[in-house]
Design a protein around this ligand. Structure first.
Ligand code: SAM
Length: 220
Protein backbone atom coordinates (compact mmCIF):
# COMPACT_ATOMS: atom_id res chain seq x y z
CA UNK A 1 0.00 0.00 0.00
CA UNK A 2 1.22 3.54 -0.70
CA UNK A 3 1.20 6.18 2.00
CA UNK A 4 0.53 9.80 1.06
CA UNK A 5 1.30 11.59 4.30
CA UNK A 6 4.33 13.89 4.46
CA UNK A 7 5.18 14.48 8.13
CA UNK A 8 7.76 16.71 9.87
CA UNK A 9 9.80 13.57 10.43
CA UNK A 10 9.88 12.87 6.68
CA UNK A 11 10.78 16.50 5.93
CA UNK A 12 13.62 16.34 8.45
CA UNK A 13 14.88 13.09 6.92
CA UNK A 14 14.84 14.72 3.46
CA UNK A 15 16.89 17.65 4.74
CA UNK A 16 19.42 15.21 6.19
CA UNK A 17 19.53 13.34 2.87
CA UNK A 18 20.22 16.61 1.02
CA UNK A 19 23.14 17.28 3.41
CA UNK A 20 24.54 13.83 2.62
CA UNK A 21 24.25 14.52 -1.13
CA UNK A 22 26.05 17.85 -0.67
CA UNK A 23 28.83 16.12 1.27
CA UNK A 24 29.18 13.62 -1.61
CA UNK A 25 29.73 16.48 -4.07
CA UNK A 26 26.32 17.40 -5.52
CA UNK A 27 26.34 21.17 -6.05
CA UNK A 28 23.43 22.07 -8.31
CA UNK A 29 20.95 23.88 -6.01
CA UNK A 30 17.96 23.20 -8.28
CA UNK A 31 18.66 19.44 -8.09
CA UNK A 32 19.03 19.56 -4.29
CA UNK A 33 15.86 21.63 -3.96
CA UNK A 34 13.86 19.13 -6.04
CA UNK A 35 15.11 16.26 -3.83
CA UNK A 36 14.26 18.31 -0.73
CA UNK A 37 10.74 18.90 -2.08
CA UNK A 38 9.70 15.48 -3.40
CA UNK A 39 8.59 12.95 -0.74
CA UNK A 40 10.60 9.86 -1.73
CA UNK A 41 8.64 7.72 0.74
CA UNK A 42 5.54 8.14 -1.49
CA UNK A 43 7.36 5.88 -3.96
CA UNK A 44 7.94 3.10 -1.41
CA UNK A 45 5.83 0.27 -0.23
CA UNK A 46 4.83 0.90 3.42
CA UNK A 47 6.93 -2.09 4.50
CA UNK A 48 10.07 -0.27 3.29
CA UNK A 49 8.95 3.26 4.19
CA UNK A 50 11.51 3.64 6.97
CA UNK A 51 14.32 3.20 4.40
CA UNK A 52 13.07 5.92 2.01
CA UNK A 53 15.63 8.55 3.05
CA UNK A 54 18.66 6.32 3.19
CA UNK A 55 21.05 6.97 0.32
CA UNK A 56 20.37 3.54 -1.16
CA UNK A 57 18.61 1.89 -4.09
CA UNK A 58 15.56 -0.22 -3.14
CA UNK A 59 13.40 -2.90 -4.75
CA UNK A 60 10.19 -1.68 -6.42
CA UNK A 61 8.94 -5.08 -7.62
CA UNK A 62 9.35 -6.93 -10.92
CA UNK A 63 13.07 -7.36 -10.12
CA UNK A 64 13.66 -3.60 -10.54
CA UNK A 65 14.88 -0.82 -8.24
CA UNK A 66 14.32 2.84 -7.42
CA UNK A 67 17.78 4.36 -7.97
CA UNK A 68 19.94 5.56 -5.07
CA UNK A 69 19.32 9.29 -4.37
CA UNK A 70 22.99 10.06 -5.06
CA UNK A 71 22.68 8.43 -8.49
CA UNK A 72 19.50 10.39 -9.26
CA UNK A 73 21.21 13.62 -8.17
CA UNK A 74 24.42 12.83 -10.11
CA UNK A 75 22.63 12.02 -13.36
CA UNK A 76 20.28 15.00 -13.02
CA UNK A 77 23.18 17.37 -12.36
CA UNK A 78 24.94 16.14 -15.52
CA UNK A 79 21.80 16.83 -17.57
CA UNK A 80 22.00 20.62 -16.87
CA UNK A 81 18.20 20.91 -16.84
CA UNK A 82 16.66 24.21 -17.90
CA UNK A 83 12.94 24.93 -17.38
CA UNK A 84 11.08 23.98 -20.56
CA UNK A 85 13.60 21.31 -21.63
CA UNK A 86 11.97 18.40 -23.46
CA UNK A 87 13.37 15.35 -21.69
CA UNK A 88 13.28 11.65 -22.48
CA UNK A 89 13.79 9.24 -19.59
CA UNK A 90 14.41 5.58 -20.36
CA UNK A 91 13.34 3.32 -17.49
CA UNK A 92 10.34 4.92 -15.72
CA UNK A 93 10.53 2.43 -12.82
CA UNK A 94 8.93 4.00 -9.74
CA UNK A 95 8.57 7.42 -11.40
CA UNK A 96 10.80 9.16 -8.84
CA UNK A 97 13.46 10.35 -11.31
CA UNK A 98 10.76 11.49 -13.77
CA UNK A 99 9.09 13.48 -10.97
CA UNK A 100 12.38 15.18 -10.06
CA UNK A 101 12.82 16.21 -13.71
CA UNK A 102 9.27 17.57 -13.76
CA UNK A 103 9.84 19.55 -10.54
CA UNK A 104 12.88 21.16 -12.21
CA UNK A 105 10.66 22.45 -15.02
CA UNK A 106 11.21 19.72 -17.60
CA UNK A 107 8.56 18.44 -20.01
CA UNK A 108 9.08 14.76 -19.33
CA UNK A 109 8.53 11.78 -21.62
CA UNK A 110 9.29 8.51 -19.86
CA UNK A 111 9.33 5.00 -21.31
CA UNK A 112 9.19 1.68 -19.42
CA UNK A 113 9.66 -1.84 -20.77
CA UNK A 114 7.72 -3.74 -18.11
CA UNK A 115 3.96 -3.46 -18.38
CA UNK A 116 3.26 -3.97 -14.66
CA UNK A 117 5.58 -1.11 -13.68
CA UNK A 118 4.27 1.10 -16.50
CA UNK A 119 0.64 0.56 -15.40
CA UNK A 120 1.38 1.03 -11.71
CA UNK A 121 3.53 4.15 -12.04
CA UNK A 122 1.27 5.83 -14.60
CA UNK A 123 -1.71 5.35 -12.29
CA UNK A 124 0.22 6.53 -9.23
CA UNK A 125 1.77 9.69 -10.69
CA UNK A 126 -1.56 10.64 -12.28
CA UNK A 127 -3.08 10.35 -8.78
CA UNK A 128 -0.30 12.58 -7.41
CA UNK A 129 -1.01 15.13 -10.17
CA UNK A 130 2.51 14.90 -11.67
CA UNK A 131 2.17 15.35 -15.43
CA UNK A 132 4.50 12.89 -17.17
CA UNK A 133 3.97 11.55 -20.70
CA UNK A 134 4.16 7.76 -20.25
CA UNK A 135 5.07 5.18 -22.88
CA UNK A 136 5.28 1.40 -22.78
CA UNK A 137 7.99 -0.16 -24.93
CA UNK A 138 11.66 -0.58 -25.73
CA UNK A 139 13.35 2.71 -24.82
CA UNK A 140 16.77 1.52 -26.05
CA UNK A 141 15.52 2.78 -29.41
CA UNK A 142 14.19 6.04 -27.94
CA UNK A 143 10.79 7.32 -29.02
CA UNK A 144 11.20 8.36 -32.69
CA UNK A 145 7.65 9.76 -32.90
CA UNK A 146 8.36 12.27 -30.08
CA UNK A 147 11.95 13.25 -31.05
CA UNK A 148 13.96 15.43 -30.93
CA UNK A 149 14.72 15.87 -27.23
CA UNK A 150 16.87 18.46 -25.43
CA UNK A 151 17.98 15.93 -22.83
CA UNK A 152 17.96 12.12 -22.62
CA UNK A 153 18.59 10.16 -19.41
CA UNK A 154 18.98 6.39 -19.35
CA UNK A 155 18.38 4.84 -15.92
CA UNK A 156 19.47 1.29 -16.77
CA UNK A 157 22.94 -0.02 -17.68
CA UNK A 158 23.67 -0.20 -21.42
CA UNK A 159 26.29 -2.32 -23.23
CA UNK A 160 26.94 0.53 -25.72
CA UNK A 161 25.58 4.03 -26.43
CA UNK A 162 22.49 3.40 -28.57
CA UNK A 163 22.75 5.17 -31.93
CA UNK A 164 19.01 5.85 -31.95
CA UNK A 165 19.35 7.98 -28.82
CA UNK A 166 22.12 10.14 -30.30
CA UNK A 167 19.98 10.62 -33.42
CA UNK A 168 17.01 11.75 -31.34
CA UNK A 169 19.01 14.45 -29.50
CA UNK A 170 18.74 18.12 -30.50
CA UNK A 171 21.92 20.02 -31.40
CA UNK A 172 23.22 21.26 -28.03
CA UNK A 173 21.42 18.37 -26.35
CA UNK A 174 22.84 16.10 -23.63
CA UNK A 175 22.58 12.32 -23.20
CA UNK A 176 23.46 10.83 -19.79
CA UNK A 177 23.86 7.06 -19.82
CA UNK A 178 25.64 4.37 -17.77
CA UNK A 179 27.64 2.13 -20.14
CA UNK A 180 29.55 -1.06 -19.29
CA UNK A 181 28.96 -4.71 -18.51
CA UNK A 182 26.05 -6.24 -16.61
CA UNK A 183 27.55 -5.53 -13.17
CA UNK A 184 29.29 -2.16 -13.44
CA UNK A 185 28.89 0.81 -15.73
CA UNK A 186 30.71 4.08 -16.25
CA UNK A 187 28.49 7.15 -16.23
CA UNK A 188 28.82 8.94 -19.55
CA UNK A 189 27.71 12.38 -20.66
CA UNK A 190 27.48 12.97 -24.41
CA UNK A 191 26.91 16.49 -25.71
CA UNK A 192 25.80 16.86 -29.33
CA UNK A 193 27.66 19.90 -30.60
CA UNK A 194 26.75 19.43 -34.28
CA UNK A 195 25.15 16.60 -36.26
CA UNK A 196 28.66 15.05 -36.53
CA UNK A 197 30.48 16.27 -33.41
CA UNK A 198 29.72 14.58 -30.10
CA UNK A 199 31.72 15.43 -26.97
CA UNK A 200 32.02 12.48 -24.61
CA UNK A 201 32.88 12.74 -20.90
CA UNK A 202 33.30 9.81 -18.52
CA UNK A 203 32.60 9.75 -14.79
CA UNK A 204 32.59 7.24 -11.92
CA UNK A 205 31.33 3.66 -11.91
CA UNK A 206 27.74 2.80 -10.97
CA UNK A 207 25.72 -0.43 -10.80
CA UNK A 208 22.40 -0.36 -12.67
CA UNK A 209 19.96 -3.09 -13.68
CA UNK A 210 20.44 -3.91 -17.37
CA UNK A 211 18.96 -1.89 -20.23
CA UNK A 212 17.12 -4.56 -22.20
CA UNK A 213 15.98 -4.37 -25.80
CA UNK A 214 17.10 -3.98 -29.38
CA UNK A 215 19.96 -1.54 -28.62
CA UNK A 216 20.51 -2.80 -25.07
CA UNK A 217 21.13 -6.30 -23.69
CA UNK A 218 19.26 -8.79 -25.85
CA UNK A 219 18.43 -11.15 -22.95
CA UNK A 220 17.70 -10.76 -19.23
N1 SAM B 1 14.19 5.77 -13.07
C1 SAM B 1 13.64 4.79 -12.17
C2 SAM B 1 13.11 5.40 -10.90
O1 SAM B 1 13.20 6.62 -10.72
O2 SAM B 1 12.56 4.62 -10.10
C3 SAM B 1 14.60 3.68 -11.83
C4 SAM B 1 14.82 2.81 -12.97
S1 SAM B 1 15.34 1.15 -12.68
C5 SAM B 1 16.95 1.39 -12.04
C6 SAM B 1 15.58 0.70 -14.40
C7 SAM B 1 14.29 0.58 -15.18
O3 SAM B 1 14.61 0.45 -16.58
C8 SAM B 1 13.46 -0.64 -14.82
O4 SAM B 1 12.17 -0.23 -14.46
C9 SAM B 1 13.47 -1.47 -16.11
O5 SAM B 1 12.29 -2.21 -16.29
C10 SAM B 1 13.64 -0.39 -17.15
N2 SAM B 1 14.14 -0.83 -18.46
C11 SAM B 1 15.10 -1.76 -18.75
N3 SAM B 1 15.28 -1.84 -20.08
C12 SAM B 1 14.42 -0.94 -20.66
C13 SAM B 1 14.13 -0.55 -22.00
N4 SAM B 1 14.74 -1.10 -23.05
N5 SAM B 1 13.20 0.41 -22.19
C14 SAM B 1 12.55 0.99 -21.15
N6 SAM B 1 12.78 0.66 -19.86
C15 SAM B 1 13.71 -0.29 -19.61
Amino acid sequence: MLRLEDTYRHKGQRKALVSILRSKGIKNEAVLEAINTLPRHFFFDTALDSHAYEDKAFPIGEGQTISQPYTVAFQTELLEIKPGDKILEIGTGSGYQASILHLMGGIVHSIEYQKKLYDRTKKFLTKLGIPINFYLGDGSQGIPSQAPFDKIIVTAGAPVVPNSLLKQLNIGGILVIPVGDRNTQKMMKLTKKTEKQIIQEEYDNFAFVPLLGEEGWRSK
